[in-house]
Unconditional design. Structure first.
Length: 254
């Protein structure tokens, strides 16, 4: 499949993916979702990719799903669209590598859902976030009703869902929807610095940290953590890292 709606750059182990439909505020349709799935699948298999940044071109991260393609959908088509979006976002969430959302502008509806599927969310001071689907007579379809309460709590999540209110980046930070707010000109630099830091760490340990954390949400799962901890020793990563520490050298994770 030709990649038409995404820009990609790989540098120092960091893959930056920018959704590139600025005239449509990067709205998501099936073509964009299919391209995103392909790029994510490729990144999962590419050992040179150590961390990923997901952002948008222009003034939007992703302003939502493409309403012009949704307006004529029947029930079966809507179900197919929701299932496909959930599949792609699930791949992002369960990727073995860390995905950082650099929210440069509007992250509404499907855009907010996409940001929530990422592991870490940095936002520009100009960012606006929300799930305004109720204003269109629908609900989120890409697992927004599931991820939002896990980030901000059920009460605040339901308030946002049933009012359709759009909040600014600082409000999003206060409720835990984003992890850091930055001046627009510093957003990509800060996200890139974080990704580059992650890229220097042991890939196996990064992946297992993510897996262990997710295994304990929402229910405490210390047994899985112990099992994954032991896996680090089976793989040899623990020996490599600890010997480097004791010898005061830098471990080579290649």
């Amino acid at each position: 499949m030709e990649i038409c709606h995404l820009k990609r750059k790989l540098e120092e182990g960091v893959l930056t993916i920018a959704i590139d439909r600025p005239a449509q505020l990067n709205a998501l349709n099936k073509d964009v979702l299919a391209e995103l799935e392909q790029v994510i699948d490729e990144a999962e298999k590419d050992a040179s990719v150590r961390a990923i940044i997901l952002t948008g071109e222009g003034k939007a991260f992703v302003a939502g799903a493409d309403i012009s393609t949704m307006v004529g959908m029947d029930e079966a088509q809507a179900l197919d669209f929701a299932n496909f979006g959930q599949k792609v976002f699930g791949k992002i969430e369960n990727l073995s590598k860390i995905v950082i959302a650099a929210i440069n502008g509007f992250a509404l509806g499907g855009g907010c859902e996409l940001a929530m599927a990422c592991d870490i969310r940095y936002a520009s001071e100009k960012a606006k976030l929300g799930q305004p689907e109720v204003n269109l007579g629908v609900i989120p379809g890409f697992a927004g009703t599931q991820r939002l309460p896990r980030l901000v709590g059920p009460g605040k999540a339901l308030e946002l869902l049933v009012t359709g209110n759009v909040i600014d980046a600082n409000q999003a930070l206060q409720i835990g929807l984003v992890d850091k707010v930055l001046p627009p000109e510093g957003l990509m630099e800060e996200a890139t610095n974080l990704a580059k830091t992650i890229a220097t760490k042991c890939p196996g340990a990064v992946s297992l940290n993510k897996k262990a954390l997710k295994s304990g949400l929402p229910n405490f799962n210390e047994k899985e953590e112990a099992s994954l901890f032991a896996e680090c020793f089976k793989s040899g990563n623990a020996k490599k890292g600890m010997e480097a520490f004791l010898n005061k050298t830098q471990a080579d994770w290649s």
